[in-house]
Design a protein around this ligand. Sequence first.
Ligand code: CAA
Length: 240
Amino acid sequence: MSRVAVVTGGTRGIGAAISEALHKAGYKVAATYHGNDKAAAEFTAKTGIETFKFDVSNYEACQEGVTKIQAALGPIEVLINNAGITRDAFLHKMTPQHWRDVMSTNLDSVFNMSRLVVEGMRERNFGRIVTISSINGLAGQIGQTNYATAKAGMIGFTKALALEVASKGVTVNIVAPGYIDTEMVRAVAPEVLDKIVAKIPVKRLGKAEEIARVVLFLAADENAFATGATFSVNGGQYMA
Ligand code: CAA
């Protein structure tokens, strides 16, 4: 059986590693992206994974996107809510736009995509939803009142939805990565990033593949009992 999996923000960074891991494991994967056509084309050329372009922060765009994916690949059985952005600034410098952009891309997207696939999952008595949160949603972080709020919000959402669908063969979980070697983390000023890495007990950034491993584990059919849970993968930086 080859299940259909959607990875939002699935062409770059952690999302790309998740898309590739699912693809290698035999899933039919749809990787969504929003802006970067060049990265998406390169990703498909390299992996053979189909991409779908739409804005996950917009409900109507997600409706259209999900319809297209289902027409191309079949009913969505696995959803990986991965798409995310940062707009870091101290709160005393943060603009309402910084706040809204992060809340809509990182958190509204989780509602939008989950809402659109959950009915089918309930009907078919099978589904796996994994949402990528962050160490910073658990521990807080300077410059990230917006991001930490969105990432913490995902955890409440996941626990509530896990209860709703537990009797329907659907599991809903969180993976909370620490600092992973991606463009997003490399965008932090080197002197600030050095301070952060110095506090990671394993003394290095994580690899995107190290997150993908855990996502694959949670997406598996065999993972029918872990639900509503948060799995930290952070090199020991924060032990919740
Ligand atoms: N840890 C330790 N110290 C930090 C820090 C951090 N995360 N962030 C800022 N600081 C310190 C700075 O080193 C600086 O200290 P000094 O005055 O001693 O030099 C002080 O706070 C002020 O910082 P800036 O001079 O950089 O102030 P700014 O207004 O120009 O920028 C900022 C503020 C945008 C928050 C910037 O400091 C920054 O980008 N910090 C990193 C924030 C961060 O960790 N973001 C995570 C991005 S990756 C991600 O989000 C993925 C994930 O899920 C883990």
